[in-house]
Write a protein that binds this ligand. Structure first.
Ligand SMILES: [Ca+2]
Ligand SMILES: [Ca+2]
Ligand SMILES: [Ca+2]
Length: 520
């Protein structure tokens, strides 16, 4: 018999079955006891993953600290189905894993935390669902609906019972694989988007608008297994209708317009490998007008009239540039069809650039989405001679050790390095000593993250002082006189060490005697 487990304390944490995410041991007996630090609180757990050999390996969960006492048992779990949340009645909860002599599985990963007593905890809101009610105390009720076009599977309402357990799990909202749409606008999603659509699918969606009108599709996201899974769009309601387009792979198609008032979307997935799937919005429009272009993301649109002869303009938000189309498009007659004079403009965050405005924003490419792999982006910021440049980090998150932003004090890669950053560790701000700053963002060939949002501004150096030197990440600064001859010093939060101890002296040339130390 293998014994395992531990005593855990609030306010919260995570633990797993032995060897997770690899197979747990046979003949294991593991015991965990969780105790809230605040004795007036109770313990809530929720499983991120759970899979035990069904019927033979069990996890018994009980209230209090008397492990194994049958009077205190809350749940006995096996297989792979678990409640959203399990909440104790007292400030303690015990868990007992028992496995038999053969056949294992991955086990479980569970999060715990202390919550108010006489409550069931926040069970969340289903993806593509809407929740009514926000009380989680005994006798509180939560009601659920799904967004338009989705089907609700499960209970429409759940109540927080006296035993601190919800009467049921929250429902799920699924997008049906076969349906007709008659609303003038809506969304079509691949099954389980964006989690992966699975295998062996043959989904058919038909969009039917009023006779005389047409249908416009915008692809917000698209990722199918290339050459094996396909989306076909047909101009009509039968399998033999003419094909407007067939799509596969990860390239997001540009928008599509029907010729008639019915569109048929056929989605086929083969027996293996899945992608993220797709997210398509559609709208319908009349005979003498162009399709509603929507408001392109990262942009503002001017003009609300889509009739023949009207124009709209699209201006990118700060930090973005036009990646498709021109600023203005006009609804016109081309080859006997009413259509926009060019593609609907799109705005995106560019990989690199040269900036010389007094202030602005630099975004990682793809912002606000994840950046791509294998990037090599260079930005140069130029201020007027005699000025310096201050850059401020608003957001920074890259793959630790692999996706790196270098900041150089000058116009190019050969200029002295101000800092090299990855993960989430960045200073609040940095200054150049000349009127140039150079940034280089390189990413490796796997794993991405949110990237960064950086503000830059041109600043003048005061005749009698140095610029604010900043504060290290995980550190603090002593002294806020930055005039020539004064010093500032630094310390780090517990657990971090200062890279160098000497205080910074503001020298006659307006520069600090040393670079800002770091806390490592
Ligand atoms: Ca077993
Ligand atoms: Ca496939
Ligand atoms: Ca990477």
């Amino acid at each position: 018999v293998k014994t395992c487990g531990s005593n855990l304390q609030g306010p919260g944490g995570t633990f797993t079955s032995p060897n997770f995410p690899f197979q747990y041991d046979s003949n294991a007996q593991c015991v965990w006891v969780i105790t809230a630090i605040n004795t007036n609180k109770v313990i809530q757990i929720n499983f991120e993953e759970f899979d035990l050999e069904i019927g033979y390996d069990t996890l018994t969960i009980g209230d209090g600290g008397e492990v194994g006492d049958p009077k205190t048992v809350l749940q006995v779990l096996t297989g792979s189905f678990v409640p959203d949340l399990i909440v104790s009645m007292s400030n303690q909860m015990w868990l007992h894993l028992q496995t038999d002599e053969s056949v294992g599985s991955i086990g479980f990963k569970v999060n715990y935390k202390e919550i108010e007593k006489e409550s069931c905890g926040d069970p969340g809101t289903p993806l593509y669902g809407i929740r009514e009610g926000d009380g989680f105390s005994n006798r509180d009720v939560l009601r659920f609906e799904c967004q338009f076009g989705f089907e609700l599977i499960g209970e429409k309402s759940i109540i927080c019972q006296e035993n601190n357990q919800w009467s049921a799990n929250i429902p799920i909202c699924i997008f049906p694989c076969l349906s007709n749409f008659t609303a003038p606008m809506g969304t079509v999603l691949s099954p389980d988007y964006p989690e992966g659509y699975g295998n062996n699918l043959n989904c058919i969606w038909t969009i039917i608008s009023d006779p005389g009108s047409r249908i416009h599709l915008s692809f917000n996201d698209f990722d199918l297994e290339s050459q094996f899974d396909f989306l076909a769009v047909k101009d009509g309601d039968s399998p033999d209708s003419p094909i407007i387009g067939t799509f596969t792979g990860a390239e997001v198609p540009s928008h599509l317009t029907s010729n008639g008032h019915i569109l048929r979307l056929e989605f086929q997935a083969d027996h293996s490998m899945s992608g993220r799937g797709f997210n398509i919005t559609y709208n319908t429009f009349g005979h003498n007008e162009c399709p509603d272009p929507g408001v392109p993301i990262n942009a503002r649109r001017f003009g609300d009239n889509f009739q023949l002869g009207s124009s709209i303009s699209v201006i990118c938000e700060e930090g973005f540039i036009k990646t498709q189309g021109t600023e203005t498009i006009t609804c016109m007659l081309l080859d006997g069809k009413v259509m926009w004079s060019g593609p609907i403009p799109k705005c995106g965050a560019p990989c690199g650039g040269h900036f010389s405005s007094p202030s602005g924003v630099i975004l990682s490419p793809g912002w606000p989405g994840y950046y791509k792999d294998s990037l090599n982006c260079e930005w140069v910021i130029e201020a007027e001679p005699g000025h310096s440049i201050k850059i401020t980090f608003e957001r920074f998150q890259t793959e630790l050790n692999y996706d790196v932003l270098e900041v150089h004090d000058g116009p190019n890669l050969l200029s002295p390095l101000l800092g090299s950053y990855n993960g989430t560790q960045v200073p609040q701000f940095l200054f150049s000593s000349s009127n140039f700053i150079y940034l280089l963002f390189t990413t490796d060939n796997s794993r991405s993250n949110n990237g960064f949002k950086i503000h830059y501004e041109s600043v003048t150096v005061n005749t009698y002082s140095c610029l604010d030197p900043g504060i290290p990440v995980h550190g603090r600064r002593y002294g806020h006189d930055f005039s020539i001859g004064s010093t500032v010093s630094f310390s780090c939060d517990p657990g971090y060490r200062l890279s160098h101890e000497e205080p910074l002296l503001c020298e006659k040339n307006h520069w600090w005697s040393h670079p800002l130390p770091t806390c490592d």
